[in-house]
Design a protein around this ligand. Sequence first.
Ligand code: BGP
Length: 470
Amino acid sequence: MKYNHIKPFPESFLWGGSTSAYQVEGAWNVDGKGPSVIDMMNHPEGTAGFTVASDHYHRYKEDIKLFAELGLKAYRFSIAWTRIFPEGTGEINKNGLEFYNNLIDELNKYGIEPIVTMYHFDLPYALEEKGGWNNRATVDAFVEYARTLFEHFGKKVRYWLTINEQNTMILHPGAIGVPKGGKLPTKKELYQQNHHMLVAQGRVMQLCHEMCPNGKIGPAINLTTMYQATCKPEDAIAAHNWETIRGWSFLDLAVNGRYNALFWNYLVERQIEPIIEEGDLADIKAGSPDFIAINYYSTVTIAESKGDASDVSPRAGDQQIMLGEEGVYRAAENSYVGKTKYGWVIDPVGLRLTLRKAFERYNLPILITENGIGAPDELTDEETVEDDYRIDYIRDHLKQVQLALTDGVQVIGYCPWAAIDVVSTHQGYRKRYGFIYVNRGEDDLLDLRRIKKKSFYWYKQVIETNGRTN
Ligand code: BGP
């Protein structure tokens, strides 16, 4: 659609940057922190782990000063559950509360809006040992953890995100990692876990509204639009299958409090539907979000299933993510989009389409909590990184966000991944996303000094001009 006038970004637009606790903090066992499932997972040889990460735990003041120089209006980070409750529940670790209290104060000092993810993949290992999300007790543990966060930070934090990428955890459990000696859950278990997370999320959203009158809370889902490989009607059905099962079914529950009919039938037909206890659906429904947070990286193109094992194949460049499901859909190539060095599809227009579809369906403000390009950045002799590919990627996506705003979609902020280099879950520091380079290798920690990349200066100017990208 051609427009004569492109709408400007709103004055209140939350120009931000994102990280998560296990990928940025390090200090995995410091000051009373307990282990999480992430700390206990198997690691590929020669790839940086999470023990030191970017050492943000010890350098958060220096980092936040740089975020202020960058001009960030918001910083989206996660709280490590195991810093607050080392065992997931029970005794509170005061040091953990103090760390986040100081971090939030430091952000507020510079006028940077804290956007807090409560749970970003790092379930306390002590809970995992008792069954993790298969166990209903984890629902109560999450609600108590949330209550503690609201009690201590409810007056200082306005934006809360419940669970990061619940859909990734359920659909690609191997992508987050398997605890040492552990095994992947069955599909039946996964959809039971999913149901428990939804009940927990519903209760936590209600609690937020009771305890934090100025607070806003929402789910953070990895959302993407699906293209059909051809105009063959069966391809269209397959694309719709996967768009529903992968994305809408999670948000339909979080926002509207109901199991999507197609999704529910898919579960029942495979005998993997969860046990729903009395009061669960009421809790899910009563927890209404104030906004939707979406993580967007790529689109997926889908073809009709062949009904055999050939439907399933690994995503290019990423053996951890399997695409396709026998009898449901299979992944197809899209010759109209680019790819990153890691094989992830680059599709800025897909972001506009995803935003339009999500807004049309739920009519809630949308916060983009992740978007970015992972690349093997190289430090130059001039002490910078010439990451023009990152500038291009973000510029192209921002142009589409602005078009989505012009379409009428209410986008309230953009927090690219990542504010600073963090450990990529599988590719360590060989795959970087930040505006700020962290000087370390996979095993060699070097001096961990912070270096501004070319994209830092570019994004700073984007923020200063409220969205001028040229
Ligand atoms: C998202 C996760 C982030 C981050 C990002 C990039 O799905 O929410 O935590 O890891 O993906 O992924 P990767 O580091 O694997 O490239």
